[in-house]
Each structure stands twice: as C-alpha cells, then as structure tokens.
Design a protein around this ligand. Structure first.
Ligand code: HEM
Ligand code: HEM
Length: 242
C-alpha cells in the first residue's frame, strides 16, 4: 500500500509541466472574462427589451439606471485592461522584448489548410503547432479588434455631446448600430469559437493554472516543445525554466 503510494507520488513529482501563461497574463484574462461577462449580461437586456427577462430586469426606471451604471463600471474596467495591455506591449516593444509569437504568419495559413484536410479525412495527421496555433491567434486578434470597436463606439454613445463638438453628428447613431451589432458577433464568437476550443475540443485550463503537462505540449504544441528542449540543451526539466 505504502509502496504503491510512494510510486504514485514519485510519478506525480516526475511529471514535467511547462509554463504557458505568467501571473500577469492570467490576471488579464480573468479581468477580461469577468468584465466582458458583465457587459454582455447588462448590454443584451437593453438590446432585447421585449423579452420577458429583460422586462423583469428593466421593470422600473431605477432598475434601468442601475443596469446602465453596472454596464458603465464594467466598461471602465475593460478599458483600463485594454490600455494596460497596449501600454505593456508598447513598453516591451521599446525595450525590444515584445514577443512576435502572437502575430499571424504564412505558416498559420498552411496549418489552417492542413487542419481542414485532416478534418475532411484527406490527411492522416494534424499539423504540428508552435507556441500559439492559428485558432489561438484568431481568438486573440478577433477579441483585440472586436473589443477595440466596442470601446470606441461605447464612448461615442456614452458622451455624444462631447464627441459631436469635433465629429459629425452622424457618428452617434453609427456608433450605436456598431455597438449593438458587434455585441452579438462577440457573443457568438466567444460562445461558439472560444468556448468550443477551450472546453469541448479539450478541457484547457492553462489560462487559470498557468501550466501545460508534457503530454499536452506533445499533442498540441509539439514544435514549441522541440524548441524548449533544444534551448534546454537536453537538460532534465526544460519547462520549469521557461
Ligand atoms: C464586451 C463588451 C461590450 C458588450 C458586449 C456591450 C453590449 C452592449 C449592448 C448589447 C448594448 C445595448 C445596445 C442597444 O440598445 O441596442 C450596450 C449599450 C451601451 N454600451 Fe455597451 N457593451 C460592451 C462594452 C462597452 C464599453 C467598453 C462601453 C463604454 C466605453 C459601453 C458603453 C455602452 C453605452 C453607453 C450603452 C448605451 C446604454 C447605456 O448607457 O448603458 N459598452 N452595450
Ligand atoms: C468573455 C469571456 C472570455 C474572453 C473575452 C476570453 C478571451 C481570451 C483571449 C483573447 C485569449 C487569448 C487567445 C488564445 O490563446 O486563445 C484567451 C485564451 C484562453 N482562454 Fe479565454 N476568454 C473568455 C472566457 C474564457 C473561459 C470561460 C475559459 C474557460 C475555460 C477560457 C479559457 C481560456 C484558455 C484555456 C485560454 C488559453 C488558450 C491557449 O492559448 O492555450 N476563456 N481567452
């Protein structure tokens, strides 16, 4: 009994894990996730006022005001997160430390093509991926630009008098249309694309735990694993030093 427990413990100790997201990145995702969820939950009832749950939530002028205020607070939190994210990227760029790994390359197009062939049973193997695969890059850039448009249009409809001092009046209804429509696009994208990839395709919790197991690295980021192993020069625990 004790021996089998010891063997199990030593197996657990031996299992290599690889750092995928540092604490700052995990916090950023958490803030993004929470603020976006609140914005969706307080925005949609305003868009679909005729639905019964919206009627319940927005049944008095005080409740309407409360929901709008919650929307505005979450909007400020999302904006601060976006400014921090951009500020950090600009700082890293100025120090020549900005990683290029999230930028799309022609290899991503080839990988996407190979993946389609694999899904159609034409190819036997899935493509091997580096640190971020094409799906993860699509997620990042879609949310990056989608939320940027939400922030810009959100401020335009929040402070119309201020902005129409120097912009034509037509920007306000245009911003409202953009905000309202893009919110649906964002919800569909997050629920169908992002949740599918992190929950259904496989349960990936690395954005919360920060780490991936060696098996996950082999299966989903084989090229990155090879790179880390080359960097570690054959030493024992490359992932731990990353
Ligand atoms: C994930 C991000 C967001 C989503 C999904 C979202 C969603 C929505 C939706 C569905 C509406 C109702 C539109 C309609 O009546 O047709 C709305 C209204 C509004 N949103 Fe957003 N929004 C987001 C971010 C923001 C941001 C960042 C700001 C401000 C910077 C903002 C400011 C506003 C304002 C001012 C309104 C008008 C109603 C009010 O005063 O609350 N939103 N939003
Ligand atoms: C409104 C909600 C959310 C937004 C806006 C959001 C946004 C993002 C963005 C922009 C990324 C970076 C791109 C990528 O690596 O795929 C990301 C990564 C990730 N998200 Fe979310 N996310 C949300 C909710 C969630 C939830 C509920 C989970 C729960 C499992 C989750 C799990 C992950 C994981 C595991 C990654 C890392 C994928 C990887 O690169 O290994 N996300 N998310």
């Amino acid at each position: 009994m004790t021996t089998s427990k010891n063997t199990q413990n030593s197996k657990i100790q031996q299992e290599k894990t690889f750092l995928r997201f540092n604490l700052g990145q995990r916090w950023e995702h958490m803030i993004l996730f929470l603020s976006a969820t609140v914005l969706i939950l307080t925005g949609l009832p305003q868009k679909y006022r005729e639905l019964s749950w919206s009627q319940y939530l927005l049944s008095t002028p005080e409740r309407v005001e409360l929901i709008r205020q919650i929307h505005h607070i979450a909007a400020i939190i999302l904006t601060i997160e976006a400014v921090y994210h951009l500020g950090l990227a600009i700082y890293q760029l100025s120090k020549r430390k900005l990683s290029a790994e999230m930028f799309p390359t022609t290899q991503d197009v080839r990988d996407a093509g190979q993946m389609i062939l694999y899904l159609l049973f034409i190819r036997k193997d899935k493509p091997k991926f580096g640190r971020y695969n094409f799906e993860q890059k699509v997620t990042y850039w879609f949310i990056f630009f989608g939320f940027l448009f939400m922030i810009i249009s959100g401020f335009l409809i929040w402070f119309p008098i201020f902005f129409t001092q120097f912009l034509p009046g037509g920007v306000v209804p245009a911003a409202k249309l953009m905000h309202s429509t893009e919110s649906i696009v964002a919800v569909i994208f997050i629920v169908i694309w992002h949740f599918y990839h992190v929950h259904i395709e496989r349960l990936n919790l690395s954005i919360f735990t920060g780490r991936l197991s060696e098996q996950e690295m082999k299966e989903y980021h084989a090229k990155e694993l090879e790179r880390l192993e080359r960097k570690a020069g054959g030493k024992d625990r490359p992932g731990e030093r990353n």
